[in-house]
Design a protein. Structure first.
Ligand SMILES: [Zn+2]
Length: 130
């Protein structure tokens, strides 16, 4: 429901378990957090979402702008083409990202343009770094 309200293409959340029509209170991690060729450190990791996106959408990690605030996204930030720590909750998040934004998300807009530029390059062209 939140995904629709913010017009996101997809969302990732734990799977709530039900039994006989009632919530059991148990949550399972979503399968998208696992990937056979994803994060070399963690079996379940947000970096694996990036691997699934690459597989399904035919995009390279260099074409992805990742924005995160929490430590569980450090691997994702390190793997994405452009990474932004938005109001990072821990200094390790800021170190994992190439950029840190502490004020407005509007600061992302020029970076999004850079990702589009990277996406427009031929596959054998050198990747731009921001
Ligand atoms: Zn990881």
């Amino acid at each position: 429901m939140v995904r629709r309200r913010v017009f996101a293409d997809f969302s990732i959340a734990p799977v709530m378990r039900f039994r006989h029509g009632k919530a059991t209170g148990k949550l399972s991690p979503p399968a998208i957090l696992r990937h056979p060729h994803g994060c070399p450190t963690h079996a379940q990791c947000l970096r694996n979402v990036l691997a699934h996106m690459s597989d399904r959408m035919g995009i390279a990690p260099a074409q992805v702008l990742a924005v995160a605030a929490t430590e569980n996204a450090c691997c994702l930030l390190q793997a994405a083409g452009i990474s932004v720590a938005y109001r990072p909750l821990h200094e390790t998040v800021a170190h994992a990202a190439a950029h840190v934004i502490c004020h407005s998300l509007a600061e992302l807009l020029p970076m999004a343009g850079a990702v589009c530029s990277v996406g427009g390059l031929p596959a054998d062209a050198p990747q731009a770094a921001v």
